[in-house]
Design a protein around this ligand. Structure first.
Ligand code: 13P
Length: 289
């Protein structure tokens, strides 16, 4: 069944667990995410990043996400991830998404506030919840995007990259957002070195704001770090890259198994869906423990 982001995250906070938010830019990922959540009987967030429009457009995958969510036995939030343009945000709301992210984290603080406030006004008037980002979560050079990892030296420092707890308080009060993505050392994409997270910062932010916090760059974080992050206030974990890689590895294994050389595409795609489901189940279990 279709669910709202705020209600699902508030419940997760009370249960001291996090809800997985899987980016699903193809049908195999949509199916596997729903199957995994149903098997474990937990809520899940299906999300489409505006930046993934190059893989499949929001107009194509959005209605499919909505259809699977409505038919699911578990609560499913359908969310726009990293909304950068008003057009994408309006399109997601029109398709029926229950929440949107406005990502103005690359803008100066005051501009981020103004843009976020505007989106909150539009989205809330349609009953749609809003995630925003303060601080900046980088993208690994192996994962594409901005192409640099944060410097180890920056960890523990109050600067534009890592979310400042005082600024977070002011941002949340001024914008009225429903949840906040915070920067504390995670990176989108593949880690080039072991992540060193400033988990204490998450706790400090949580003490200043009353809304659930979001971890971006959820791939490659250790089980221990996930658990500390959750107990410090993270209620939504965005997870994509490692599932994506595991799906690709399944194709390679399917080739090796296909000794007769039949090469039926449906068999390969079934292997991909199975591998994705296994990976999603693992993540859902860790985030719910
Ligand atoms: P990963 O690709 O690092 O798992 O991060 C996903 C994400 O944060 C999407 O917004």
């Amino acid at each position: 069944m279709l669910a709202g982001l705020k209600e699902v995250l508030m419940q997760a906070t009370r249960d001291k667990r996090a809800i997985a938010a899987f980016n699903v830019p193809n049908l195999e990922m949509v199916k596997a995410a729903i199957q995994a959540a149903e098997e474990l009987d937990v809520p899940v967030i299906l999300q489409h990043a505006e930046g993934h429009n190059s893989l499949i457009s929001l107009e194509e995958i959005g209605p499919i996400m909505m259809d699977y969510a409505k038919r699911s036995k578990v609560p499913v939030v359908v969310h726009l991830d990293h909304g950068k343009s008003l057009k994408a945000i309006i399109t997601a709301i029109k398709i029926g998404f229950t929440s949107v992210m406005i990502d103005a984290s690359d803008k100066p603080f005051e501009e981020n506030i103004l843009l976020t406030k505007e989106i909150v006004k539009i989205a809330h008037s349609s009953g749609v919840d809003v995630e925003a980002e303060l601080g900046h979560v980088f993208t690994s050079s192996l994962g594409g995007g901005e192409g640099r990892e944060p410097d180890d030296d920056l960890i523990g420092m109050n600067d534009d990259i890592y979310t400042d707890p005082e600024l977070a308080k002011s941002f949340v009060e001024q914008t009225g957002v429903d949840c906040l993505a915070v920067a504390f050392g995670t990176v989108h994409g593949i880690y080039l070195k072991e992540p060193r997270l400033d988990l204490e910062r998450v706790r400090q932010i949580q003490q200043k704001v009353e809304i659930p916090l979001v971890m971006h760059g959820g791939s490659g974080v250790s089980k221990e770090d996930y658990h500390v992050a959750i107990s410090n206030g993270i209620a939504k974990i965005n997870y994509y890259t490692y599932a994506n890689q595991n799906g690709a590895r399944a194709i390679r294994q399917a080739f090796e198994k296909d000794t007769k050389g039949e090469y039926f595409l449906e068999n390969y795609l079934a292997e991909v869906t199975g591998a994705l489901k296994e990976d999603y189940c693992k993540a859902l279990k860790i985030f719910s423990e």
